[in-house]
Design a protein around this ligand. Sequence first.
Ligand code: AMP
Length: 206
Amino acid sequence: MNLILLGAPGSGKGTLAKRLQEKYAIPQISTGEILRDNIKRETPLGKKVKEIIDRGELVSDEIVIEIIKQRLNESDCKNGYMLDGFPRTVEQAKALEEFAKITLVINLEIDNEKVVERLLGRRLCPICNYSTNTHWENYSDICPKCGATLVKREDDTEESIRERLNVYDKKTAPLIAYYKERNLLKGFNCDDTPENIFNNVVKELN
Ligand code: AMP
């Protein structure tokens, strides 16, 4: 099961991926998380991409293609994987075809204003990457998995969110038609609870 999770920032790709990862024991591979980890560790790559990410722009295709190529070679990807946030351009999708066989593209559909509201409420655990939202029931700013205090992502400012949505519409949304033509796309309405979205996707995968 080699899946792509496609959808605007804030559509819930990461949340869905983490739940699918628990159910199907295949890794979630998020280029955003890999890049943020490099920023945190102040690696040369991290230093190179920090400002681009904070502005809400895309990192170059070459960089993310190389990251994915190496990551898919690791042994935990043998039985499948979920790509979260990759590909984000048609160029990346074409490059991916050369070294991966995709089974299904899950497209998370949501409208832009909903995204802004959601992302302003998004909180993450700085230790284990647990993700939650101040708008959800029983929200607490302590991570239920490891006890750390949750934080806002540095690029979750209104300005950066709006830029990421622009970039998504221009560069990533064309992938919907790209994968539709290849009969790989399945759309899900994501203006719903994480549980309902997860259950609908599992039904489709089963
Ligand atoms: P995400 O965690 O998926 O929201 O990604 C955070 C940021 O990392 C994006 O706004 C981009 O700056 C960068 N990024 C992540 N994945 C990609 C990708 N496939 N192509 C280009 N930039 C990416």
